[in-house]
Ligand binder design. Structure first.
Ligand code: HEM
Length: 583
């Protein structure tokens, strides 16, 4: 036996050396193939974008990392000099083109909708993270002729979700929920305002006054509202009666994800070029991309992201189990019940819709727990964060522009005389309030940037060839601050929206446009206006004395919340609420 082992030992060593040599050859060939593919794509991109103004791509990502805490302003710096062009190149790593003019945005979102889709969650690192975070659902699913199976899933979810946004649901169920949640917020803030009045200092109202972290309150308000409207849960996190573990996990995951992504672009790009199994063979397979997996496992931001995602998924799965066990599910009218109950009616209908795919029929596909998890999380990011960001930035603007706040209060007093506005008044009356909302959306769009990917070569309206794989962005943040479109663009001027005409959605794509436009647009406008009208009839708001408007900036998150520290370590809007009669 011993003799046999001794005889085998050198043979084993030789085998190992041979395997290693073979791997080395494979690795070098793999990297060369990847480099060649990259260089070819780069050449194609350079040739295609030769006539497009803007900066060349900075593949080191140095400038991006240096400007990561002012990312939206950095984007504006890069695009603003070429604001008159349909298309702009910029230095952000990746084959990216900014679609700048309304015609260009229309081309991407409507005319070539079928081949301008979401990034591939198997390749695009942000979509890898996003899909891990909120799952594959309405927000992340790819549409279009090249993705027929996903297209059908997206379309089926859009149809089911649209059932909750009918006018009758607004004027009945949603109206009542928003009024009740707004009242809870008024009660909390009035307590603070009364304490401030009791300790009042008429000459210097802010000094020593008790502030409230309003961004957190607005996120709590929209969280409580959608928990009721979408999931039938009556929670009250605004007053602190109920815990908000899901919201904490959601925000923690969101912030860690975006910061991790933007600060690791160069590292991940490098690892992506490494040979299998360090780099990807197929990105989504567990046994490949070991280098990337190891990098993520030891990166503190990714660890934070993962731990929040695990909490969030556990809490949401428990919620889904409770929901499935509810004997009254068939009678319920909330979004998630609508989804489950809608299944039956969808199965009867034929597949249809813009550029419907040819994938397997949606028939016989019930919603799995994973799908419901993704639907819940997609609707939280869609419905809670965006409206809360709008409220935060609106109240920030009102706090730093006291004369505008006073004008708005005058409109509310004259029209409402202290009562809750009706549905019609919120939607069609109160033009100054509407102007304030649109200014907040213009200057601080909750989705400041959006990206699509060309799924095949296409010709742009000016003849430019856009190669397959190119990333096409539109930037509502930059478009909204363009002096050519809005005079005195950086000033908050509600009167520019009076009299009101609905802006062209391709020139003002804050809610996106065309076939994948925001489903919750009316709901968002409604809840923001209703809460603002109710709050400002009772209270006024000032920026807390220690807060500096020059430091306040957009966060890095996909939905643009507010930061109050230059390094983005704090996300707070500290305002002092004051009773109106006390002013
Ligand atoms: C001011 C608030 C809001 C803004 C600015 C906003 C903006 C947007 C944008 C830009 C998109 C397109 C995202 C993309 O495809 O990349 C979108 C999609 C969507 N939004 Fe909103 N949104 C807001 C509020 C809401 C609310 C309250 C809901 C309610 C749930 C909602 C539901 C959705 C849904 C379901 C989609 C996906 C549509 C699809 O892909 O077919 N949104 N929204």
């Amino acid at each position: 036996m011993g003799q046999i082992l001794t005889a085998l030992r050198p043979a084993k060593g030789a085998l190992l050396v041979r395997v290693l040599k073979a791997y080395l050859v494979f690795a070098v060939a793999h990297m060369m193939a990847k480099t060649a593919r990259f260089l070819l794509a780069q050449r194609k991109f350079k040739r295609a974008t030769k006539h497009i103004p803007g900066g060349e791509t900075d593949w080191t990502g140095k400038n991006l990392v240096a400007n990561v805490n002012r990312f939206q302003e950095h984007s504006r710096d890069l695009v603003a000099p070429h604001i008159d062009s349909h298309l702009v190149k910029w230095e952000i790593p990746g084959f990216e083109i900014v679609f700048n003019s309304p015609e260009a945005v229309k081309f991407m979102l409507k005319d070539r909708f079928d081949v301008s889709t979401k990034p591939d969650p198997g390749e695009d690192e942000l979509f890898v993270l996003l899909t891990r975070f909120i799952g594959a659902s309405i927000f992340t699913l790819r549409h279009g002729e090249m993705n027929s199976e996903e297209h059908d899933r997206w379309y089926r979810q859009r149809k089911a979700a649209a059932l909750i946004f009918t006018k009758s649901k607004f004027s009945n169920m949603m109206f009542d929920v928003f009024v009740r949640k707004a009242q809870s917020m008024i009660d909390v803030l009035t307590q603070v305002a009364k304490r401030n009045a009791a300790a009042g200092n008429p000459t210097d109202k802010n000094k020593g006054a008790e502030p409230v972290e309003m961004q957190e309150k607005f996120f709590a308000f929209t969280f409580d509202s959608i928990q009721q409207i979408f999931f039938g849960d009556d929670v009250d996190t605004v007053s602190g009666r109920d815990s908000d573990a899901a919201a904490v996990a959601f925000d923690g995951a969101h912030r860690a994800m975006t910061r991790y992504h933007l600060t690791t672009v160069p590292h991940i790009s490098l690892l992506q070029c490494m040979p299998f199994p360090i780099g990807p063979l197929w990105y989504n397979m567990n046994w490949t991309s070991l280098g990337i997996r190891a990098f993520k496992a030891i990166h503190p931001l990714h660890q934070t992201f993962e731990s929040h995602v695990e909490d969030l998924h556990r809490i949401t799965r428990e919620k889904i189990q409770r929901l499935r066990r509810d004997p009254k599910l068939a009678q319920r009218d909330d979004l998630i019940a609508n989804f489950i109950n809608h299944d039956a009616s969808f199965r009867k209908s034929k597949r249809s819709g813009p550029t419907a795919g040819n994938g397997p029929s949606a028939e016989a596909i019930g919603w799995t727990d994973d799908e419901l998890l993704a639907i819940v999380l997609n609707f939280i990011i869609a419905g809670r964060d965006t409206s809360a960001c709008t409220l935060t930035w609106l109240f920030y603007e009102l706090a730093i522009n006291p004369e505008i706040q006073a004008n708005l209060q005058r409109e509310l007093d004259e029209n409402l005389e202290g009562r809750t506005p009706t549905y019609e008044e919120v939607v069609h009356g109160l033009p100054y309030l509407n102007g304030c909302l649109f200014e907040a959306l213009r200057l601080h769009p909750p989705v400041p940037q959006d990206v699509k990917v060309a799924s095949k070569d296409m010709e742009f309206i000016d003849g430019t060839l856009l190669p397959a794989g190119v990333r096409m962005l539109y930037l509502p943040y930059v478009m909204g601050r363009d002096e050519n479109r809005y005079s005195d663009a950086l000033s908050f001027k509600p009167e520019r929206w009076i009299p009101f005409t609905e802006p062209d959605p391709f020139a003002f794509p804050v809610f996106q446009a065309a076939y994948r436009s925001c489903l919750g647009r009316d709901m968002a406008k409604f809840e923001v206006k209703l809460l603002t009208a109710m709050l400002l009839q009772k209270l006024s708001f000032r920026l807390e004395a220690n807060e500096d408007p020059n430091v306040i900036c957009p966060s890095l998150a996909i939905t643009m919340s507010l930061c109050n520290s230059p390094d983005q370590s704090t996300h707070e809007l500290w305002l002092v609420p004051q009773l109106r009669e006390d002013i």
